[in-house]
Write a protein that binds this ligand. Structure first.
Ligand code: SF4
Length: 485
C-alpha cells in the first residue's frame, strides 16, 4: 500500500504506482494455452491506484484467454495497453509523453507480424479526454474507459481486422461482471474489488466523473472470489473501493457485515481494506478492526487538509475536530493501530494560516506515514473553476515542509519499534539485503507486518506465505530488519 516517507507520490485515496507489471506477470505466469511462437504478445503499463493494478490483472486475464502472451517490453508487444490515471496532471503528462514516443516504434519491431503494434489507452484518461486522444495521438488504435474494460478483447479484434480509432467510453456504471479472472500479480496477497466509482464529489477529484457513481458488488460474489483465491494459496486480501465504508450490497449488507463474513473464511489469514472516508468511518469500524482477528491494524484515512475552511471548499464533509476525534476513538479502541493519510497542499486560496493548521494537525496526530501532493486542477472537478492561485514554488515549499515534518515523526516511530516482536507474512525473496548482511550472502525474505510495515529477515523460500513472529533489530530507510523468533 503506502510507502513511508515517499515524496509526492500519492494522490487522494490511492497509491500512485507505475510498474513494469508484465515482468511480475512473467514470473508467475503458468501458460495454459498454445504458446507457439505465433501467439500475439501483450504489454500493459499501469499508472495510478490499486484499482488500476487490479484492472490490469483483469485485462491480462482476458487477453490470455484470447491467446495473448504477456511480455515485458513495448518492442516485443503486438498490443500495448496504457492503463491510466487522471488524478494528477503530472501522471497524465507522463502518459502523453510516453505515448508520443511510441509513435516512433519502428515497423517490424513488433514481435510476430512486422506490423506496428496496436495501442490502447485505457482507464481514467480515456474517459476524461475521449476522442481528443486521437487528435493528439493518431497512432493510438483504441480508447476504453474504466467502466468498459470488458470490451478490450473485442476492440483488439476489430483493430486487428483493420479498424482504428475505436472508442468504448459510453457507460457510466461499470457492469458487475463476475467472469472468472484468476490471473493475479501475486499469489500470497490479492486485491478484491468490493465497489466501483464514487458518489462523494470532493471538489478537487475527477474520480466520480471518470469512474462513475458508486456501485457495490454482491457480497456472495466477493466471498466466492476470496474463497477461490484462498484455495489458490492467498493468505491476505485487500478489499478495494474508493470509499469502502459506504459499501452496501444489493441486499443491504454493510461493510462491517461484509468484513465479518470475510473474517469467517477458512484458510484466509489477513484482511486489509482501502480507502476509508473520515465522514463514514467511526466507532463501529474501529471495533470491527479490534474484534475481527484477521483484520489488520492499519487504517488509511485521508485527511487532505487541517483547515476547516479548506475542507469545506474541498467538499470533504468533516471538520478537523471531527477527524481528531476519530483518531482519538481509534487509538482508544486499538492503541497501536497504524494510521496513514493523504494531504493536499496548495489548494486554491490556501493561506499560510490554513497550511499551518494542516502542519499542526499532522504534528498532533503523528501519522505513521503521509502522502503529500501538490494540488493541480483536474478537468470536470468543481475546484478547477476556481483560480489555481498558489504559485508552484509555494506549493513545492509547503510540500517540503510537510515531508520534513512527517519524516521526523516516521523516523521516531520506527526507532520505537526496535526490540518489538511483529507478526510478519512472508511475501517474496528480498532483492535488497540489509547493509549488515554477512558473507557469503544469505537469503532474506521480504514480509509485511500487520501494520503493513516492510520487514526483511533471514530465511528460505519455504517462509514465503508463512506467518512468523519476527523480532525487529533495526531499521534502514523505512525497512525493518528483523530476525525470526
Ligand atoms: S471524490 Fe471519491 S474518490 Fe475522489 S477523493 Fe473524494 S472520496 Fe475519494
Amino acid at each position: 500500500m503506502r510507502r513511508k516517507g515517499s515524496k509526492d507520490k500519492v494522490v487522494s485515496n490511492s497509491k500512485m504506482v507505475e510498474n513494469s507489471f508484465a515482468e511480475k506477470q512473467l514470473n508467475n505466469f503458468q501458460p495454459e494455452f498454445d504458446m507457439t511462437p505465433k501467439s500475439p504478445k501483450v504489454y500493459i503499463r499501469t499508472f495510478g491506484c490499486q484499482m488500476n493494478e487490479r484492472d490490469s490483472e483483469i485485462i491480462y486475464s482476458m487477453m490470455i484467454q484470447e491467446g495473448y502472451t504477456p511480455v515485458s517490453s513495448y518492442e516485443e508487444a503486438d498490443l500495448i495497453i496504457f492503463n491510466t490515471c487522471s488524478v494528477r496532471k503530472h501522471a497524465e503528462d507522463r502518459v502523453w509523453g510516453k505515448l508520443k514516443e511510441l509513435k516512433n516504434l519502428k515497423h517490424g519491431e513488433s514481435a510476430c507480424s512486422g506490423a506496428p503494434p496496436m495501442i490502447g489507452l485505457v482507464g481514467c484518461m480515456a474517459k476524461a479526454h475521449g476522442k481528443e486522444v486521437f487528435k493528439k495521438l493518431p497512432h493510438v488504435s483504441f480508447i476504453c474507459g474504466p467502466s468498459n474494460i470488458y470490451d478490450i478483447p473485442g476492440l483488439a479484434k476489430k483493430v486487428k481486422s483493420g479498424k482504428s480509432h475505436l472508442m468504448s467510453i459510453s457507460k457510466e456504471k461499470r457492469p458487475l461482471s463476475e467472469k472468472r479472472d484468476e490471473y493475479r500479480e501475486e499469489k500470497i496477497r490479492a486485491w478484491v474489488n468490493i465497489s466501483y466509482g464514487c458518489n462523494n464529489f470532493c471538489s478537487y477529484c475527477i474520480v466520480p466523473f471518470v469512474r462513475g457513481r458508486e456501485i457495490s458488488r454482491r457480497s456472495e460474489n466477493i466471498i466466492d472470489e476470496i474463497k477461490r483465491l484462498v484455495d489458490n494459496g492467498a493468505k491476505e486480501v485487500t478489499l478495494l473501493g474508493q470509499n469502502v465504508n459506504s459499501y452496501k450490497s444489493p441486499t443491504g449488507k454493510s461493510f462491517i457485515r461484509l468484513l465479518e463474513e470475510v473474517n469467517r473464511i477458512d484458510g484466509l489469514r489477513r484482511i486489509r481494506f482501502m480507502t476509508s472516508h473520515p465522514k463514514d468511518a467511526g466507532l463501529e469500524l474501529f471495533k470491527a478492526i479490534a474484534g475481527l482477528d484477521k483484520v489488520c491494524e492499519h487504517l488509511h484515512l485521508p485527511l487532505q487538509s487541517g483547515s476547516d475552511r479548506i475542507l469545506r471548499l474541498m467538499n470533504r464533509n468533516y471538520t478537523s475536530s471531527h477527524y481528531l476525534k476519530l483518531i482519538d476513538n481509534l487509538r482508544k479502541t486499538i492503541p497501536d493501530c497504524a494510521v496513514t493519510t493523504d494531504i493536499i497542499v496548495g489548494f486554491p486560496s490556501e493561506t499560510e494560516g490554513d497550511f499551518e493548521d494542516t502542519r499542526m494537525l499532522m504534528e498532533k496526530i503523528r501519522f505513521d506515514s503521509a502522502f503529500i501532493f501538490k494540488y493541480s486542477p483536474r478537468p470536470f472537478a468543481k475546484a478547477s473553476n476556481t483560480e489555481d492561485d498558489i504559485l508552484l514554488e509555494e506549493k513545492k515549499e509547503r510540500n517540503q515542509v510537510l515531508l520534513g515534518c512527517q519524516d521526523k515523526i516516521t523516523r521516531k516511530k520506527n526507532e520505537d519499534l526496535i526490540g518489538n516482536v511483529e507478526e510478519v507474512l512472508g511475501i517474496s525473496i528480498a532483492k535488497r539485503k540489509p547493509s549488515s548482511s554477512e558473507y557469503p550472502p544469505a537469503t532474506y525474505i521480504k514480509g509485511r507486518s500487520r501494520k503493513n510495515s516492510l520487514v526483511v529477515y533471514k530465511g528460505s523460500m519455504g517462509l514465503i506465505g508463512r506467518i512468523l513472529n519476527v523480532k525487529i533489530r533495526g531499521v534502514e530507510e523505512n525497512t525493518f530488519i528483523g530476525e525470526a523468533v
